[in-house]
Ligand binder design. Sequence first.
Ligand code: AMP
Length: 304
Amino acid sequence: MSLLIVGTVAFDGLETPFGVRESILGGSATYIGISAGYFVDKVNLVSVVGGDFPEADIELLKEKNIDTEGLQIIKEGKTFFWKGKYHNDMNSRDTLETQLNVLESFDPLIPENYKDCKYLMLGNLVPSIQLKVLEQLTQRPKLVAMDTMNLWMGATMDDLKKMLKRVDLLTINDEEARQLSEENNLIKAAEKIKTMGPSTLIIKKGEHGALLFGKEQEIFFTPALPLQEVVDPTGAGDTFAGGLMGHLSQTDDISFSNIKRALVYASTMASFCVQKFGPEALVGLSSEVIESRKNELLSLTDLS
Ligand code: AMP
């Protein structure tokens, strides 16, 4: 079933207790796409890069089942750059630098053959760009999912609220959920966010797993896989979203019980992402390795 993802394709500068990378492949759409590409034959991607973006990285995306027809290349521009530094506990990070570059004037042009997508994942981006994507679709997708961040809860809050009214599923982390809802308790926060638009909400709690809140007040939880070494958490949230949407579009089933299964795949994919810098640990996976890790995750809470 057709899956369209929109987000950033970037160069990231990363500092973690395990090392430093000056400029490596990153971006919300990159992680979502690579992760989802393990579940579906084709992931349609809409994003923008500059003339400095290497052909080899475009080839890598293609190899991972990503269709790059919707990737605009602005020859005279520079690719979006983000630099972050993680604290020792790896749960929090500081943004050291954000260079919007080609993202500053990004006008997402959805190719004709992407416009009737059944599943849409709007990765972290300025909400006004996310809105422009929705406006170009020829039919309403079966599921519109969105990820966002605290950066958009300031000056662009009005656009973010407009977007929220139009999405079915929102993924957000616990800190952002508290900020968006102005509620400290996550159950109350989830209820309040659901009144803003999304009928299904996923609150990501990093190494402490993720909570799923369904339409009918159902709640489900998946742990994150406990790992001895977390090298770089960048992109874990996006990789999570890729696993989630990859499974949902592969199975074409958006029942609550299937969203629960998708959540387990989401957590499984995120567990790979954090083991190496950037998307490195994600590129060499196989369905067998993913299934085996999913079973490892499930066994954590299996009482039989
Ligand atoms: P995550 O760790 O899941 O929050 O995702 C990190 C990725 O998001 C990095 O690869 C960055 O390139 C990208 N990113 C960082 N800041 C932004 C932003 N303001 N808008 C869109 N993408 C961003």
